[in-house]
Design a protein around this ligand. Sequence first.
Ligand code: NAD
Length: 338
Amino acid sequence: MSDKLPVLVTGGAGYIGSHAVLALKDAGWPVAVIDNLTTGFRFAIPEGVPLYEGDIEDGELLARIFAEQGMGNGIGAIMHFAGSIIVPESVENPLKYYHNNTAKSRALVEAAVKAGVPHFIFSSTAATYGVPEVSPVTEDSPRSPINPYGMSKLMTEIMLADVSRAHPFNYCALRYFNVAGADPQARTGQSTAGATHLIKVAVEAALGKRGHVAVFGTDFDTPDGTGVRDYIHVSDLANAHVLALAALIENPGQSLTMNCGYGRGFSVLEVLDAVDRVTNQTIERRMEGRRAGDPDSLISDNSRIKATLPWVPRYADLPTIVEHALAWERKLTGLRGE
Ligand SMILES: NC(=O)c1ccc[n+]([C@@H]2O[C@H](COP(=O)([O-])OP(=O)(O)OC[C@H]3O[C@@H](n4cnc5c(N)ncnc54)[C@H](O)[C@@H]3O)[C@@H](O)[C@H]2O)c1
């Protein structure tokens, strides 16, 4: 009898969720996906994994999924990736974010509690820290988001903490830093058109899908003046979710909040240089002004996740992250017939 419980992945057709689906499947967990395909893609879900096309606020659908997947009454887990993720859009349309990220997460958690699904892993973000005063950032740093996206995620974290105290339910909030790269076997990757993630944008430029890469800000307090970020390979991140799930099952009374990053940073120019080296060409850089609210440097302190989980990153090397992103971008060109 397997000790692996059924897992429902929300947003499993999206960038990070589809990597989590692969990580779960590769490790032998029974997995199903709910996704409304607003920014996700059917092709991102591996064969044999059921896709329930629908919205995470649909309680009737969730009840049916739990019944069909053998979840509830103390069994099963939810990995919750579904959400809206564009920071500037959240400033223009905050209600969309409080609806899709906060209110719908509430509906999902309510369905889980009602059915008795006891474990929950939540995609949180470094945006919950806002502009931290100290870097590397620990989990105990003040949480003061500077945009509705970060706030919508922080509100969900708070909700989960309260629910875990009131019900037989534990959760893990993983605060991701900058997620990048793609599945090493190029089974999935970041497929969103118009993405703003630097490495995605840079490999698009390297393949001629964009004319240049904009560098926002050259006067930051960093060695080369451009912003420094902690890029984490999406497959290492997905693996952290699988390990966090095992930890939640092993310690039912305990919830966790952990940063997900490598604890080191690269500047925008260092990333672009790495892409140039991997592709053996020179991407055009256009220097532009800073965007509002961009910190100089945002690096995780990852001591907690390393002390809590047997997490050993496998793809932390920047050229490897770039190579995997590039391989996926090439495959995507074929898939889309671009
Ligand atoms: N990409 C990053 O660098 C990053 C950083 C920190 C946190 N996160 C978080 O990780 C999660 C996944 O991000 P991603 O980059 O994979 O984004 P994504 O847009 O690729 O994936 C989100 C998925 O959720 C689905 N979805 C959205 N709203 C839904 C709803 N109401 N019901 C059902 N499905 C819905 C979309 O169709 C999509 O497949 C998000 O919650 C995001 O906030 C991402």
